[in-house]
Design a protein around this ligand. Sequence first.
Ligand SMILES: Cc1ncc(COP(=O)(O)O)c(C=O)c1O
Length: 403
Amino acid sequence: MSNDKTDEIAALCADCQMPTYARTATIVRGRGSRVFNPKGNQYLDFTSGISVVALGHAHPAVVEAIKSQAEQLVHSSNLFYNEPVARLSKKLRDVGLGGKCFLANSGAEANEAMIKLARLWGARNGGRYEIVCMRNSFHGRTIATLSATGQTKVQEGFEPLAPGFAFARFNDLESVRAAVTDKTAAVLIECVQGEGGVVPASQEFVSGVRALCDEKGILMLCDEIQCGMGRTGKLWAFENYGVRPDAFTAAKALGGGLPLGALVASPALSDVFGPGSHGSTFGGNPVACAASLAVFKTFETEKVVEGVAAKAEFFRRGVQPLVEKYDGVLELRGSGLLLGLALKEPRAGELLDELRNCGLLACKAGPDVVRFLPPLNVTDDDLQEGVEMLADALDIVFGGDGE
Ligand SMILES: Cc1ncc(COP(=O)(O)O)c(C=O)c1O
């Protein structure tokens, strides 16, 4: 192999991996808001591994926690207790809903657990099993979670979908009310639809869903996998609305870069599952839990979540003039550092390519939205550099429209 392994790595992936991903750059190393390719060239990373490395790449506290736990115990299975699992479960009780959690390995697995919990609860509460989900939502790629996802593009070809999911329009409370029947066990929402185009829920909608669930005696469930863990400026996005769901899921940033998901329940739902109801060989891996504890600790010591609103405001102030400058750009929307630049036409792929050429990594949220997910502790200098790269890329793609 030559020193620059870019082509070789890409060719091996193309030859040996099922072509499920449209990959672009090759990354060998990351530090803070930057990642590096095999040539040593750097990119400013405003994907954070799709909302995963909230503290940036290789944060020393996370690296140290992973190293020292790996030297102690990497895996022992759920046949036995271990300390990182115990401590993380307590942390999630304290910062969550005051109840118990189930630890999984990914977002989809956490959502699978939440769907099973709602069904088991529903079976014991009047034979309810249906979950009302939102159009344009995203909940994962397993059969149950893609069936709960309100986007046909992830479902096509995988029929028959799992039964037991009904759909309502996001931010339309009356459509949720119309979808609830005597078979409904729960309503499932994202407070900010991430994959669905970076669309925040309205206050009226979230409060209305809570009130509707209370009125009908059913569960309100939140998927906090993308919008949770501080991304919107609160630890959990539902806190922005002053409501508490009956259960929620977290993943992505929860493990500090290691695979980890959690179903977090209120006390009333904490003992619905019993021995044998659910399980996972790797769920609650000690190294992932130790990394997660380091994330929570760093959030506190470095006041990371408290800083998100000001950073988001700084970025918005830089981007807003660009929204106004280019006719092809519709708006900048989102919540905290979960931001989407919505275009008037489906040209997100084109803009992403130019951003990468300018040195900035971002990701898509549908064909017409470019999503920015910088680390939550990104510096103002990095944000400013990102704005300048965006200005250059917009100029190339939209050719100075409106000037
Ligand atoms: C809101 C939401 N839920 C669930 C998932 C699925 O998570 P994972 O890819 O870890 O299975 C995602 C992933 O993008 C997500 O954004």
